[in-house]
Design a protein around this ligand. Structure first.
Ligand code: BGC
Length: 785
C-alpha cells in the first residue's frame, strides 16, 4: 500500500517490515504504558493495516498545560515549580526541572513521535500538529511544554501524506541562500521562516542543514550551503540565528558526513579525522558556534564503521567534548539503533517513533537504566540538555501559539533572498539585461508560464496558492513535485511592457525553435527536480539539453535559466549567450528571475559550489551505492579527504565549467590596496573595492589563503569573504579577518588545530579560479584551543 511503501522507503531500512517480524513488540506495550503513565500513549494504534493484531486507537492525551491555545500553566508549588523562576539561569532551571521529574517523565521528554497523524503512525496524539515531522509530549504536572517539531530550511514544511497541506512561505533553497554570500540576509531569511514556525505552533524547527556538497548529484544539495566549510558554516549559522530569534529551537543537521542519499541508512563513510576536521566537521563547527542551535540532528549513515547516532567519537568527543556543545542531540527519523549504545554514546532524544516495537527507547531505555547499562545520570543529562535548550530559546517562557502570518511581508523577504542569490553565470556580448531595444522575447520551457520549482522530501514547503503544476512524477514520496505559483512569464511581461513575450512549453522542440527564431531573444527555462532519499544524475532530465541546443541554434541570442538543486552539466554552455542559475527560488521566484533578466535587479549571487565540465572530473564519477537495495551495507571512501569542490579542482589542475565563487554583475568592480597583517593573533586582510561601472551593484570579495611551502590537501582555501554594496563610482575600504582554523591543519597527536609557522599567501579574488592579486604574510606557530 502506498503509505506503507512511502514510509518504508523514506525511513530506509526495515520499518514496518521489521516490525512484522517482531510480534513480541506488542507484548511490551502494557509495560510501556505503565511506565509512562498518562503522559505518553503507547498501548494504542489507529492502524488496521497491521494485519489484525493492532491495539485500539490512541485516546487523546489528558489536557495538557501546553496546548496550543493555552499558555503554560503554573505548576504546583514547591520543588515542582522552582524551575519556572525566570531569574535563574537556563542551566539552573534545567537542573531544578530534572530534580522535579519522575523517571517516567524524564523518559517521556527524551522520546519523540512522528507528528503526522496517519494510519501507519501507531502513536497518534490529539495535540500533535497533523502535517508535521515530530511531537514530544510535555509534562503537564510541572508545566513543561510539549515539543512540536517541523521541517525545515525552506520554511514550514508539510509531510508527504498530510491530510491538509499547510501553505507557508517558500523561502528559496538553502543553496540559493548560500549563493547570496550575505549572512545578514540569511539571518533575515531564518527569522522569517522561524516566525512562521512559531505562528504555526512549532517550537522546534528542524532546519540548519550544513552537509557539504561533495556529490553534485546528492538529492539534498538544495537544502544545504554548498561545498566550502567557511561559507556553508557561516551562512547556515546565520539562518539558525534568525530562526532562533523567534524564541524557538533550531536544529543543525545531519551530523555528520551525510553527503549522499543513496543507501543513506547503510552507507559507511570512511574518512580520516584530520581531513574531516578541516572539511565537513568544520562546516558543522562553524554553524554551531555562530548559530548556537538548541539541537543537533545526528544522521542516518555510518561514519568510520559506526552509526552516526551511536558514534561516541562524533557525539561525545567531537561535538560535546571538543566543541563544548551544551544542547541536545536528536536522532534523524529512524536513525536510532541500539538503546545502550545510542544512550551512552551521546544521543539525547529518540525521534520519529511511529511503529510499535520499532523504537529504541520507551520501555527499553527504562530497562537499560534499571539494569545499570545506562546510568540514571545519563538520563538526567539527556533531560537536562533538552530542557535547557527549550528554556534558553524562550520556547518555555513564551509558549508557541497559532497566530496570523503576514504572507505578503514574508514573500518580500523570500524575494529579496532570491534576488540576491540568483547567479549570472554567463553574459556574452551583454545579452542581459533585456533592454528597451528588445521588442520580442520567446520564453520557452520549464513550466515558466505557471511557476518555479521547489525541492522535494521532508523539506517540502507548499507555498500559498498550492502546487502550480500538479501530476508530475513522482506523486508519492519523496514527491509530489511542487511548483510555487509564481510565474516567470507573467512577471517578465510585467517587467518588459515595451516587448512582446511569447510562450512555448518546449514539449514540441521544433515549435520552440521556430518561436525562438522569430524573436530578438530566446529565454529557455530548464529544470531538475531533486529530493531527499535519492541521488540524481547531473544531466538535465527529459531531453532538455536537446531543447536548449535547438533553441540556441535557432537564435544566437539565447539565455538559459536553470532551476536546479545543485550543479548540472551544460553541454550547450558554449552556445548559450546568457546563463542564469536560479536554483529553487521560492514563493516569489517568478518576479525575482524576471527582475534579474530585465536588469531591475543587478545580480550579485556567486556559486557556493563548483560546476564540473564532465563527470570524469569529479572525485567519483558515480556515487557509491546508487541503485543498491536499501539495506545493503557498503563503504563510501572519501579518498579526496578535505579536497572538496574547488580544493579538488585546484589540486588536480582541472578547469571546472564554472568555478566556486563565480558570479557576474551588470556592473564591474576593481579591487586594490590589498594588505595583510597579523593583529594580536588574528590575520587581518584589508583592501579597497570600487564600483567601476554605471550601475549600483554588490561585489563578493573572496580571500583565499595558502601556505607558500604547500602541504595542505589543496593549494588554497577560502579564509574570509565580504559582500559589498556600492553605488556607481563609489569605493570602500574593507577589512576581513581570516578564520584561523582555515590556516591550520588538524594535529591528531594533540587533538587540536595547529597553524604552522611560515609564509602564507593571501589572495583576493572574485572566484576560486580568479588569479586576483596576492600578498604574502608571515605567521608564527599557533595552537588553536
Ligand atoms: C530527514 C530529516 C527530517 C526528518 C523529519 C528525515 O527523513 O532526513 O531531515 O528532519 O526526516 O521529517
Amino acid at each position: 500500500m502506498k503509505l506503507r511503501n512511502r514510509f518504508h522507503l523514506r525511513r530506509g531500512s526495515a520499518t514496518l517490515a521489521l516490525f512484522m517480524q517482531h510480534p513480541v513488540a506488542f507484548s511490551l506495550l502494557p509495560l510501556g504504558a505503565a511506565l509512562f503513565g498518562t503522559a505518553l500513549v503507547v498501548a494504542c494504534s489507529g492502524s488496521s493495516a497491521q494485519g489484525g493484531a493492532a491495539p485500539p486507537p490512541c485516546p487523546p492525551l489528558a489536557a495538557s498545560a501546553t496546548s496550543n491555545a493555552t499558555p503554560v500553566a503554573a505548576a504546583p508549588g514547591g520543588a515542582t515549580s522552582a524551575w519556572l523562576d525566570k531569574s535563574a539561569s537556563p542551566d539552573e532551571r534545567a537542573s531544578r526541572l530534572v530534580s522535579a521529574l519522575t523517571e517516567s517523565e524524564k523518559l517521556a521528554l527524551v522520546t519523540g513521535y512522528f507528528g503526522i497523524q496517519k494510519d501507519w503512525n501507531h502513536y497518534r496524539f490529539a495535540e500533535a500538529r497533523p502535517q508535521s515531522a515530530g511531537y514530544v509530549p510535555g509534562v503537564p504536572r510541572v508545566g513543561f511544554t510539549a515539543q512540536w517539531q517541523t521541517d525545515a530550511g525552506c520554511g514550514v514544511a508539510t509531510q508527504g501524506e498530510a491530510p491538509r497541506e499547510l501553505e507557508r512561505t517558500a523561502l528559496p533553497a538553502g543553496i540559493l541562500t548560500a549563493s547570496t554570500w550575505d549572512p545578514a540576509l540569511a539571518e533575515q531569511a531564518g527569522r522569517m521562516i522561524g516566525s512562521e514556525a512559531r505562528a504555526s505552533g512549532f517550537n522546534v524547527m528542524l532546519a540548519g542543514g550544513v552537509n557539504l556538497l561533495r556529490e553534485p548529484g546528492n538529492g539534498r544539495n538544495f537544502e544545504y550551503g554548498g561545498e566550502d566549510p567557511l561559507l556553508a558554516g557561516t551562512m547556515v549559522g546565520a539562518i539558525v540565528r534568525g530562526i532562533q530569534s523567534n524564541r524557538i529551537v533550531a536544529t543543525v543537521k545531519h551530523f555528520a558526513l551525510n553527503d549522499q542519499e543513496s543507501g543513506r541508512t547503510s552507507a559507511n563513510v570512511l574518512i580520516d579525522e584530520a581531513a574531516a576536521r578541516v572539511s565537513d566537521l568544520l562546516a558543522f563547527e562553524l554553524a554551531i558556534e555562530q548559530g548556537k542551535p538548541g539541537s543537533v540532528m545526528c544522521s542516518y549513515n555510518l561514519v568510520n564503521g559506526v552509526h552516526a547516532c551511536q558514534n561516541d567519537w562524533l557525539l561525545n568527543r567531537v561535538l560535546k567534548g571538543d566543541w563544548g556543545y551544551r544542547g541536545y542531540v536528536m536522532a534523524d527519523w529512524g536513525a536510532q539503533h541500539d538503546t545502550v549504545l545510542d544512550a551512552n554514546h551521546g544521543l539525547d532524544q529518540e525521534t520519529g517513533v511511529s511503529v510499535q516495537g520499532k523504537y529504541v527507547w520507551l520501555d527499553k531505555l527504562a530497562a537499560a537504566v534499571h539494569s545499570g547499562q545506562v546510568s540514571a545520570a545519563r538520563l538526567d543529562d539527556m533531560t537536562h540538555r533538552i530542557a535547557r535548550s527549550l528554556i534558553e530559546s524562550g520556547a518555555v517562557d513564551d509558549p508557541v501559539r497559532l497566530a496570523p502570518i503576514d504572507f505578503e511581508a514574508n514573500a518580500k523577504v523570500a524575494q529579496a533572498d532570491a534576488e540576491a542569490g540568483i547567479v549570472l553565470l554567463k553574459n556574452a556580448g551583454g545579452v542581459l539585461p533585456l533592454g528597451t531595444n528588445v521588442k520580442k522575447v520567446a520564453l520557452i520551457g520549464g513550466h515558466a508560464d505557471r511557476g518555479v520549482l521547489t525541492g522535494g522530501g521532508s523539506a517540502q514547503v507548499y507555498p500559498p496558492g498550492g502546487n502550480a503544476v500538479r501530476g508530475l512524477s513522482p506523486e508519492g514520496w519523496p514527491g509530489p513535485v511542487v511548483y510555487a505559483p509564481s510565474s516567470p512569464l507573467a512577471a517578465l511581461r510585467a517587467e518588459l511592457p515595451h516587448a512582446t513575450v511569447s510562450w512555448a512549453d518546449g514539449a514540441d522542440v521544433a515549435a520552440a525553435a521556430a518561436a525562438a527564431a522569430s524573436a530578438d531573444v530566446a529565454v529557455v527555462f530548464v529544470t531538475q527536480w531533486t529530493a531527499e532519499s535519492r541521488d540524481f544524475p547531473i544531466t538535465l532530465p527529459n531531453d532538455q539539453d536537446a531543447l536548449v541546443e535547438a533553441v540556441a541554434k535557432a537564435n544566437p541570442r539565447t539565455v538559459v535559466v536553470l532551476e536546479t538543486g545543485g550543479p548540472v552539466l551544460m553541454p550547450w554552455a558554449g552556445r548559450a549567450k546568457g546563463i542564469v542559475e536560479a536554483w529553487y527560488p521560492g514563493t516569489r521566484g517568478g518576479p525575482a528571475i524576471a527582475r534579474v533578466l530585465s536588469g531591475a535587479v543587478n545580480p550579485s549571487g556567486h556559486l557556493p559550489a563548483s560546476f564540473p565540465r564532465r563527470l570524469e572530473d569529479l572525485p567519483r564519477a558515480k556515487i557509491y551505492g546508487v541503485g543498491a537495495t536499501p539495506d545493503l551495507k557498503f563503504d563510501v571512501h572519501y579518498d579526496e579527504g578535505a579536497a572538496v569542490g574547488y580544493r579538488w579542482y585546484d589540486q588536480r589542475r582541472i578547469e571546472p565549467l564554472f568555478p566556486f565563487g563565480h558570479g557576474l554583475s551588470y556592473t564591474s568592480f576593481a579591487r586594490d590596496k590589498l594588505a595583510a597583517r597579523v593583529e594580536g593573533e588574528e590575520l587581518r586582510v584589508t583592501f579597497r573595492v570600487k564600483n567601476t561601472g554605471s550601475r549600483a551593484g554588490q561585489d563578493v570579495a573572496q580571500v583565499y589563503v595558502s601556505p607558500v611551502s604547500g602541504g595542505w590537501e589543496a593549494p588554497k582555501r577560502l579564509g574570509a569573504f565580504a559582500k559589498i554594496a556600492l553605488e556607481p563610482g563609489a569605493s570602500r575600504d574593507v577589512t576581513v579577518t581570516v578564520e584561523p582554523r582555515l590556516l591550520a591543519v588538524w594535529d591528531g597527536a594533540h587533538g587540536q588545530f595547529r597553524i604552522a609557522p611560515g609564509q602564507y599567501r593571501v589572495l583576493l579574488a572574485s572566484s576560486a579560479r580568479d588569479t586576483g592579486t596576492s600578498v604574502t604574510v608571515k605567521l608564527g606557530e599557533r595552537l588553536l584551543r
